[in-house]
Design a protein around this ligand. Sequence first.
Ligand code: AMP
Length: 289
Amino acid sequence: MKLVHEPSELQSITREAAVSGQTVGLVPTMGALHQGHLSLVRRARQECDLVVASIFVNPAQFGPAEDLGSYPRTLEHDTSEAERAGTDLLFVPSAAAMYPYGYQTHVEPGRLASGLCGQSRPGHFRGVATVVLKLLLLSNATTAYFGRKDYQQLRVIEQMVLDFHVGARIIACPIIREADGLAMSSRNRYLSHAERAAAVVLSRALAEAERVWADGERDAGELSRVVLDAVAREPLARLEYAEVVDARSLEPPGPDPEEVLVALAVFIGNTRLIDNTVLDAACFGSGCG
Ligand code: AMP
């Protein structure tokens, strides 16, 4: 595996690969790699000739009161894990290399970025879309892999790629969970022992919504009430939002949506966690999840 720090070096290596007809798979991450990230790398390994993973804690997507300074940085561990999962090239740029002095151009996402996490994190998806566009261009990616864990991010990127005629295909990958259901996240490291036990409330609340959906409940208000009630039963949890929206538009669902997204953000102590599930209108009864 080759470690690359300079954007220009990444661009020239991947341009050569693209010119010689190789497919390039990109997996953008902020590091502190876990099995969720590595599942994306493995998928890219199966499908692409050259697998590029990036580790960049992108300052542009953090608010002033957020955890940019304390975000876990575990480069040695990440390097060996990325290599074991099949990465050919690991791109680890500095902030100065990505945003040199005088940098001034950003991607401004539209309505998809305004609700859900966009409400409490103004500017977050602008920062995400900007860095992802830069990484897509630098890596000459034919395909890029994103987790459904960050569902709104995935939709913002799908729309950006469409709007800007970016050639890369965007692949949405399933959420990888711990044995008790907690969605894997680099931020799970912040949790104390008691908080880690409480954090299972997110996936439990979503499982409740899946259960009532399977029983035929289609009312968005009722589905979100089920989630709110489940979160309220956990004393260490403080709900930021629980919403039921159309899974494509992220707007309130119409009378007959094909898929609805149930998404929530919850503080467990000082740690903000997110999770979601997509409920399929064609699905009745258990086992559809
Ligand atoms: P991050 O390092 O948090 O920016 O995440 C990098 C990529 O990994 C994003 O596409 C995330 O959606 C994805 N990802 C993070 N956690 C998971 C997970 N538990 N399952 C699947 N994908 C994940």
